[in-house]
Ligand binder design. Structure first.
Ligand SMILES: NC(=[NH2+])NCCC[C@H](N)C(=O)O
Ligand SMILES: O=C(O)CCC(=O)C(=O)O
Ligand SMILES: [Fe+2]
Length: 361
């Protein structure tokens, strides 16, 4: 092992320098995942998978034991720290069809549905999939692809602009514990940025200050009423309107929050520099914010997702983003499917709406 750059961890999770840890499924495991997904699809072909989440959580117990073992350890122990890629899942990009180009597109077809079921099955082994009422009408599974006109934004649909690293929905008290990105296609090998927030190079003083309620994270553009009205539209239901009012309140009267919390030796992190106030009227906090951003910058890795790769990111122990690229808008662009997963569905009880009952207001 000392002669090899790649080392094998428990259960065959592979670590190569500069890459995220990876678990490559065997051909037999891949077929087994395909069989469980197809059985789930066949049970009620006319009911969308997002309306059958409890059943999918049961069927997830039939996934290969090595996969369940790695996911259970990741959930309970937090290792491998920050995230891992499950490689070799059954996704056929030809059968999935062209990458959408319209932000409001809801891709259809058996292959796209199968990718959705694979995401939801594997996600169910970590926690419970959920969404936000203030993102794309509360859709449970989101699609990440470049959209004309969004090139220079800080949206997942940007391209020529670097998507700065962040914790997903960092401003929100119900932000995900994990996010899952399943790659349909990525022909140009555009990297996802990834940094586990562990052993950051910081002074003891900075570290202590990061645990104090001295920072401000504002809602990102994807949650605003203005952006949603201009793209997917907003559900007429009052509770959706109230959700946007809450977002507006978070933008106008943000609370001061800590960046680190939990165990000082393996802390939870809450960062989204593109949407954080730099002018805090608190010079020590401003300096510490700059220091932690620098420290994360130094840990960034480029993780290239290929067809059938599922990137599971611990959204409280790692940040992610995306390198810039040039979109083609010809159906061959990069395409990921994404879900949010919570460890504690109960914390949003009474605050969820939508078809799946999982859109947090
Ligand atoms: N720095 C950020 N938080 N940018 C927004 C991230 C992408 C956003 N969640 C979207 O769906 O488009
Ligand atoms: O495109 C990627 O690799 C990451 C996209 C992202 O950050 C997001 O959709 O939230
Ligand atoms: Fe993101």
């Amino acid at each position: 092992m000392s002669h090899s750059a790649v080392s094998d961890g428990p259960h065959g999770v592979c670590r190569a320098p500069g890459d995220a840890p990876r678990l490559r499924l065997t051909a037999a495991e891949r077929t087994a995942v395909l069989d469980v997904a197809d059985a789930a699809l066949a049970e009620e072909p006319h009911v969308p998978p997002s309306r059958r989440l409890p059943r999918l959580a049961v069927l997830a117990h039939q996934l290969p034991v090595r996969l369940r073992t790695v996911l259970t350890e990741f959930r309970i122990t937090g290792r491998p720290y920050g995230g891992l890629v499950i490689a070799g899942l059954p996704v056929d990009p030809e059968a999935a069809g062209p990458t959408p180009t319209d932000y409001t597109a809801e891709p259809r077809g058996t292959e796209v549905l199968r990718a959705e079921v694979v995401l939801l099955l594997i996600g169910s082994l970590l926690g419970d999939p959920f969404s936000f009422a203030t993102q794309q009408r509360g859709r449970l599974v989101l699609d990440v692809f470049p959209v004309r006109g969004h090139e220079d934004s800080q949206l997942g649909s940007s391209s020529t602009q670097l998507l700065e690293w962040h914790n997903e929905d960092a401003f929100h008290e119900h932000r995900a514990d994990w996010i899952a990105l399943l790659c349909v296609r990525n022909q140009d090998r555009v990297p996802t940025l990834f940094a586990p927030v562990h052993d950051l190079d910081l002074t003891a003083r900075d570290r202590a200050l990061l645990f104090e309620e001295r920072f401000v994270i504002l809602p990102d553009e994807s949650h605003t009423a203005q952006f949603n009205s201009a793209t997917n539209g907003i559900e007429s239901d009052d509770r959706f309107h109230q959700a946007f009012e809450r977002i507006a309140a978070m933008a106008e009267r943000p609370r001061r929050i800590p960046i680190l919390s939990g165990d000082p030796r393996a802390p939870f992190v809450r960062l989204d520099p593109a949407f954080m106030r730099r002018d805090l009227d608190d010079p020590p906090a401003e300096r510490t914010l700059a220091a932690v951003i620098d420290a994360v910058d130094r840990r960034l890795l480029d993780v290239v997702l290929d067809t059938g790769d599922l990137f599971l990111i611990d959204n409280k122990r790692a940040v992610h983003g995306r390198r810039p690229f040039t979109a083609r808008y010809d159906g061959t662009d990069r395409w990921l499917r994404r879900i949010n997963i919570t460890a504690d569905l109960r914390s949003s009880e009474g605050r969820r709406v939508g078809d799946a009952g999982r859109a947090v207001v």
